[in-house]
Design a protein around this ligand. Structure first.
Ligand code: SAH
Length: 345
């Protein structure tokens, strides 16, 4: 049993080779590959155009480590949160966010998180392991199904803003996105995918070198090192000058502007000097700012800043020709909003 391999860790070419070695046709590999990815088969028995003997042989050699939606919660605003059980029993969460013209899947990239952002509920869960490409892919497929079922339309967008730091599981995230965007997967446009990172400079440069086509969002929250380090301690290791340099490199190579995610908190980053620093930071590479609403996570250490402080951000950013949007949170009543994913249900 333990010797069985995860069949979805094999590339199409490897599957084709496997079948040739078994004395079958390489084409069988294509058929099985299609079942695994395009048709998202959960078991070998689903593969109805494959002979019984071949299915039994596959069963002996491989497993399909499919995720299982263990619990589903629906918010009064239509947001759905899935608690997803992995083959080893660990749980991650993903969220479906319906809006007027789109349905967005917010997916996880790791079980827990190794970063220690003081305002984020996921940070309180230890990082257990990285998700495999198929586990990320499966979350998207599950949400696409729910979108069709409950909202009568397919999934249109994906954001890597669930649990974990995607750039600390870069290879698997990239492989998952390859499958999501491939015609031999879901065939979605990479332009509709956003990878959100706390900002790992070296990996941002690597993404640029790899010529990725998806969009980049950076959780900035402060453009002043001392402030940022106090709320996102890993900033001490990756200070803003390094981040800035990596982002300039990103823009030079990809010509894609960057989105900065930013929460304004009372007494933390709601002063004039914070606004000035953000405006300066935005000048280094074409960017826009999403001011996101704070979603409280039990203790009262962090509080959303006053409307006046937020208005001040908006008007001054606009005055400096920086695009800014104020984002309202969704799914708060079921702990499904940004930073609230903590396996509570
Ligand atoms: N690790 C990645 C992706 C996960 S967090 C990253 O840091 O970008 C997704 C977004 O939610 C980030 O912008 C994060 O800063 C934000 N976030 C975390 N906790 C939050 C909270 N309590 N309220 C609002 N946004 C939060």
């Amino acid at each position: 049993m333990n010797n069985k391999k995860d069949i979805r860790a094999l590339s199409k070419e490897q599957l084709r080779e496997f079948f040739v070695k078994e004395g079958d046709k390489a084409f069988r590999g294509n058929q099985v590959y299609e079942w695994l990815w395009v048709k998202s088969a959960h078991s070998f028995d689903d593969m109805t155009n494959i002979s019984k003997e071949t299915r039994a042989m596959l069963e002996e050699n491989f497993v399909i480590n499919h995720i299982k939606v263990d619990a589903m919660q629906k918010s009064s605003d239509g947001t759905i949160k899935n608690a997803v059980k992995l083959h080893d029993g660990l749980i991650v969460e993903s969220v479906l966010i319906p809006a007027k013209n789109r349905t967005t899947a917010c997916v996880s990239s790791q079980v827990g998180c190794s970063l220690d952002c003081k305002f984020c509920a996921t940070a309180r869960l230890k990082r257990m392991r990285n998700l495999n490409p198929d586990e990320i892919y499966d979350q998207v497929v599950a949400i696409d199904k729910e979108s069709r079922l409950y909202h009568n339309r397919p999934l249109s967008n994906i954001v890597f803003m669930g649990m974990g730091e995607p750039l600390m599981n870069y290879n698997n995230v990239l492989k998952a996105i390859d499958k999501i965007t491939s015609d031999e997967g879901l065939g979605m446009s990479p332009k509709r995918i956003v990878v959100s990172t706390s900002g790992v400079p070296k990996m941002i440069k690597k993404m640029a070198d790899d010529g990725v086509k998806f969009k980049l969002a950076v959780s900035l929250h402060s453009a002043i090192d001392e402030v940022r380090t106090s709320i996102m301690p890993f900033n001490a290791t990756f200070p803003l000058t390094d981040l800035r340099e990596a982002l300039q490199y990103w823009f030079l190579k990809t010509k894609n502007r960057i989105t900065y995610e930013y929460v304004v908190w009372k007494g933390i980053n709601d002063k004039q000097k914070d606004i000035d620093a953000l405006i300066e930071f935005c000048k280094f590479a074409p960017s826009k700012v999403n001011l996101i609403e704070y979603n409280p996570i039990d203790d009262g250490e962090f509080q959303q800043a006053s409307n006046q402080a937020i208005e001040s951000y908006v008007s001054q950013l606009e005055k400096n020709n920086i695009t800014v949007t104020v984002r309202r949170s969704r799914g708060k009543d079921i702990d499904a909003a940004c930073g609230q994913l903590a396996n509570k249900s």
